[in-house]
Write a protein that binds this ligand. Sequence first.
Ligand SMILES: Cc1cc2nc3c(=O)[nH]c(=O)nc-3n(C[C@H](O)[C@H](O)[C@H](O)COP(=O)(O)O)c2cc1C
Length: 197
Amino acid sequence: MTRVLYIDCCIRKEQSRTRRLAEAFFTALDKRSGFAVERLTLMDEPILPFQDGFFWQRERLIEAGELNHPRFRYAHQFRQADRIVIAAPFWDLSFPALLKVYIENISVQGITFDCDEQNGCFGACRAERMLFLTTRGGALEGDPMDNGTKYLGDMAKFFGIPRFDCVAADGLDLGLEPAEEILGRAVLRAEEMAKAF
Ligand SMILES: Cc1cc2nc3c(=O)[nH]c(=O)nc-3n(C[C@H](O)[C@H](O)[C@H](O)COP(=O)(O)O)c2cc1C
């Protein structure tokens, strides 16, 4: 069984076009056998940014090698997945802060990555692939101002995940073309991706 971790950061939930893209992907994936999808809806999780005692607790636990503490459960879940799918809209040239806070929480030395004198830092995750599904108001495909895709691709490398793909519906709010048509094309690409995921 291939374990797929679906990280849902579609803040607008039922109204989210990014979630529609993700649902199309998973409906297509459902038609194939051998996949077990675990969904993590970030908006429903008690995920905290690092500050004050929450930061220092982490430092103490890592120092003491107590990596089974419940606060590291997201990091263990991420490390053990065979495939990662992240769905998040394009916000402020990147993605919602909630996703960054999640990444902060899963970046734990000794779980998702490690470092030694010989190799420096290296990824420790199982996943072979990470897929990023997004929708954007403006036309940012391939634009260096799209910091979200660049950052997530770099994080995949950092975590030791060899393949990173992005499927985006681009320019949805420009009014140059009906948003439904743009989204429809992205849905087709996401469905194609699911066939060989
Ligand atoms: C808080 C916020 C910030 C946004 N920032 C950008 C932006 O920097 N550039 C852009 O092209 N679109 C931006 N948008 C538009 C969204 O990328 C676009 O509407 C997207 O499809 C929303 O996805 P959703 O329907 O899944 O919520 C922003 C939207 C919101 C609500």
